[in-house]
Design a protein around this ligand. Structure first.
Ligand code: BES
Ligand code: MN
Ligand code: ZN
Length: 498
């Protein structure tokens, strides 16, 4: 597992700056005026910092940009990172400044001279979030902590009011632990993260006070989840549904339900996918991964809300026992589905878990997340997740939360004409609606399993769960997209205050 960097807080000690090892980061406003810590670094480096600030190039730097002074004479540090930060940074600017440092840290000790800098908690969060690498299966070239044995590792924050800052950072660091949980789950290959192993990792959330229940195939069959079981029937890994309950709110308050698609590997089944790029389908449990990470974040920061997370864990494999195109299965709701394409499996999993979530928990609202369609990537690329909803208040609240957290999200339409594309000659519906509007018809399919009166939102995260390029807050690979936005949605709309 990838651990968060250890973060420690102490009062600014100007003497200790000279002897700090590893990297030392100092923050300068656009006018280049040196604060107390910067003046100390400047004295130690015999004016190098002031020369950097006076360089015309400095004024051209964007907020969060970083320049380095290497092997400064007069200091024990290998590098001084000089970061441009507006005097009153926006949360996003402060996070980006931190992220620039987190990217560079490379397992070495990083001392952040934040002093009385505004938004220091966002600097710390950015540094921690960007300082991620999935090295679980590397025996060489690790970038993580244990690869660097010579210097003490971690992030050391020197602040004017360290206790206050530490308290401000507690929530964000809890959320970061949820983001890392999601990234680790998404990054794991399918031979490691089987349905059984996924369920086991979720049971560990019990340590944080989450009630975790694992439903096995017998239990799912008794509940009538035949659509979900149909997807898993070609695999040797047993299908499971895991229910995670965080009861931090008033007892009796209807929970928010989060439902995740957890296809640990999607070969497409008998409608087999092409070989090219199929390895990416290790991330097809991304929706479940985000639900798990959000539950961890909420529990770790002891959110005063009732939230239940449900994930459908299956593997979509071709075999002698796999579902076939043309098969007709009955969902838990009772509606029958003609399976035209076994590669449109996510919706078969979600429809049963969504029905079960509403049946059992009568949630105040339900949000499902899934790496559901390639069509979503065609529509929105890797910048935005697609948001579908039957409730403007819920959708707008989420769009605001996502924008506040810097996670891209864009609303898409629903409508009767799209739903009509799902008509089947033999059953109540088909599992595909043809090529036009593929992300929307997938959402329409799910909408058929939303009960009258349940505010519902579907997030298609196919494009954002895992990306091929570094983002501001994550190296290329699993992003953890959605944990911060959902955490903010809960904080702003489902939490009892005080
Ligand atoms: N898991 C895929 C969607 C996907 C594709 C996610 C690429 C991430 C990256 C999903 O199960 C799928 O195969 N969808 C099909 C649906 C089609 C058969 C209607 C698709 O998008 O091609
Ligand atoms: Mn598929
Ligand atoms: Zn899939």
């Amino acid at each position: 597992m990838t651990d968060l960097a250890t973060v420690s807080f102490e009062e600014t000690d100007l003497e200790a700056i000279a002897t700090a090892e590893g990297r030392v980061a100092v923050f300068l406003p656009p006018d280049g005026r040196l604060g107390r810590e910067a003046r100390r670094v400047n004295r130690l480096t015999r004016g190098a910092l002031a020369r950097l600030a006076e360089d015309p190039g400095f004024a051209k730097m964007a907020p969060g940009d970083c320049r380095t002074l290497a092997y400064p004479a007069g200091m024990a540090a290998e590098v001084v990172d000089v970061v441009l930060l507006p005097r009153r940074p926006k949360p996003d600017e402060a996070r980006r400044a931190g992220a620039a440092l987190g990217k560079l840290r490379g397992g070495k000790l990083l001392t952040l001279l934040v002093g009385t800098t505004a938004r220091a908690e966002d600097i710390v969060l950015g540094a921690v979030l960007r300082d991620y690498s999935f090295d679980a299966h590397k025996t060489k070239d690790k970038t993580a902590e244990d690869a660097v044995q010579t210097t003490p590792a971690g992030i050391r924050v020197m602040a004017g009011k360290p206790a206050e800052l530490e308290a401000l950072c507690a929530g964000p660091l809890a959320v970061a632990s949820g983001v890392f949980f999601t990234r680790d789950l998404i990054s794991e290959p399918a031979n490691v993260l089987t349905t059984t192993e996924f369920a086991r990792r979720l049971t560990e959330l019990a340590e944080l006070g989450v009630e975790v229940e694992v439903l096995d195939e017998d239990a799912l069959a008794k509940l009538g989840m035949r659509a979900l079981l149909a997807v898993g029937q070609g695999s040797d890994s047993p299908s499971k549904v895991v229910v995670m309950r965080w009861n931090g709110g008033p007892s009796g308050d209807a929970p928010l339900a989060l439902v995740g698609k957890g296809v640990v590997f999607d070969t497409g089944g008998i409608s087999l996918k092409p070989a090219q790029g199929m390895e990416d389908m290790t991330m097809d449990m991304g929706g479940a991964g985000v639900v798990a990470g959000t539950m961890k974040a909420l529990a770790a920061r002891k959110a005063k809300a009732n939230v239940v997370g449900l994930v459908g864990l299956v593997e979509n494999m071709p075999s002698g026992t796999a579902i076939r195109p043309g098969d007709i299965v009955a969902s838990m709701k009772g509606d029958t589905v003609e399976i035209i394409n076994t590669d449109a499996e996510g919706r078969l999993v979600l429809c049963d878990v969504m029905w079960y979530a509403q049946d059992r928990f009568e949630p105040a609202a339900m949000v499902d997340l899934a790496t559901l369609t390639g069509a979503c990537i065609i529509a929105l690329g890797h910048e935005n997740a697609a948001v579908f909803s039957n409730d403007d208040i819920l959708a707008n609240a989420f769009l605001r939360a996502a924008s506040d957290e810097g996670e891209g999200a864009w609303r898409m339409p629903l409508g009767q004409a799209y739903d009509d594309q799902l008509k089947s000659a033999k059953a109540d519906m088909k599992n595909v609606g043809g090529r036009p509007a593929g992300a929307i018809t997938a959402a329409q399919y799910l909408a058929r399993f939303v009960k009258e009166g349940t505010p519902w939102m579907h997030l298609d995260i196919a494009g954002v769960a895992q990306v091929a390029k570094d983002t501001a807050f994550a190296p290329k690979g699993a992003t953890g997209w959605g944990v911060m936005a959902l955490n903010r949605l809960v904080a702003d709309h489902y939490e009892t205050k005080g």
